[in-house]
Ligand binder design. Structure first.
Ligand code: SF4
Length: 66
């Protein structure tokens, strides 16, 4: 590794971390949220869960904007 490749890798990782840090886990962006209910737990999530952040072990994110 040289200084140029070190800097390229650092920049790439910073950009990726910025992208990941911008994701707030919540029911509203979870792939299990279908027809206004959670398809794992079968319940309508409360408002603060919809917005997040949540610490749900079943949260999944497909990265699609719709
Ligand atoms: S799996 Fe968890 S985060 Fe996803 S919709 Fe259900 S309760 Fe919300």
């Amino acid at each position: 590794m040289n200084i140029a490749s070190l800097n390229v890798q650092r920049d790439a990782l910073r950009k990726e971390l910025t992208r990941l840090d911008a994701i707030t886990p919540g029911c509203g962006n979870c792939s299990h949220y279908q027809l206004e209910k959670c398809d794992v737990y079968g319940q309508v999530p409360p408002g603060d869960w919809f917005k997040g952040p949540v610490d749900c072990p079943s949260w999944e994110f497909d990265a699609l904007p719709f």
